[in-house]
Write a protein that binds this ligand. Sequence first.
Ligand SMILES: [Zn+2]
Length: 135
Amino acid sequence: MEVKISNRIVSKVTMKCPSCHKGNMFTNKSIFPLKDLLKMPERCPVCNQKYEIEVGFWYGTGYVSYAISVATIFVMAILYALTVGFSYKNSSIYFFIGVMISALVILQPWIMRYSRVLYLYVFVKYGQSKKLKSA
Ligand SMILES: [Zn+2]
């Protein structure tokens, strides 16, 4: 059971299909070219799991990317408070906001991809495509 859970995490991090943990969810491994950032095969090349389960399925990822962004800001604020520290006496808060906005812009391609990965993992369980085939 423990192995299964960690496999699921590894597959999420490496953006693999939620059903077989083998097929790549995105056509290009690299985020470049950026215009193909979210290019995905219609189905998993390994187990034939459909990625866009229904039309407009990916609209829900907006909430996921929002949650990831908020979590990123939260973690960065804690790290910043522990290392640099916030103070009313200087402009550290403005510096932090600048760093945070740049970081979120730079991280955006990965946030967009991982929100799709996490979102699909909510709906597709391991081995689901096999169950569909046998049914
Ligand atoms: Zn698959």
